[in-house]
Design a protein around this ligand. Sequence first.
Ligand code: FNR
Length: 182
Amino acid sequence: MAIKVAAIIGSVREGSMNLRLVEFMKERYADRLDIEAVTINNIPLFNPDIEENVPQEVVDFRNKVKGADAVLFAVPEYNYSIPGSLKNAIDWLSRGGFVLREKPAFIVGSSMGVLGSVRAQIHLREVLSNPSLSPMLLPGNEVYIGSVHEKLNENNEIIDSGTLGFLDQVVDNFVTFYNKMA
Ligand code: FNR
């Protein structure tokens, strides 16, 4: 049976390349991964004052993560880090049940610049290492898709063979990792 994956989209932008990348992955790896793109567009700002009465959008978001077998983060880079909206969503996941703890996870990221979100992903790994989050992150397998607008065409297909081959390998590695952890 395919692994149920909640793919957290780190961009709230309509037409996000990272969302499109996840949509491509959903099609291409459907035999092994059952990917649902989870958007964070409506998640309110984290505020400890409202933790006793958590907004419904946050309840739904946490439940999607909790109900998945695994999590995929798809991250753009904003000012050498992850977008504030993604950090905010992750802050909500660090409270109220610790739904990310020990959840198998992996990261992909893309940007239109050449570095493909490398600095954002370094920060993301640091954030996720907090004990309140601490998913079981696939080691290595760092997917930095730079100049993504030249590699993902208007039909949502990766047309760069090197990128495609690497992504195939990472997904193989994640499935092996997941099965070892299960
Ligand atoms: C960016 N972008 C960007 N890219 C990069 O490689 N390093 C960076 O520091 C930044 N900083 C940055 C700040 C802000 C405010 C914006 C709006 C953009 C470019 C960004 O990563 C690129 O547009 C991605 O394609 C955005 O991801 P989505 O929305 O297409 O998924």
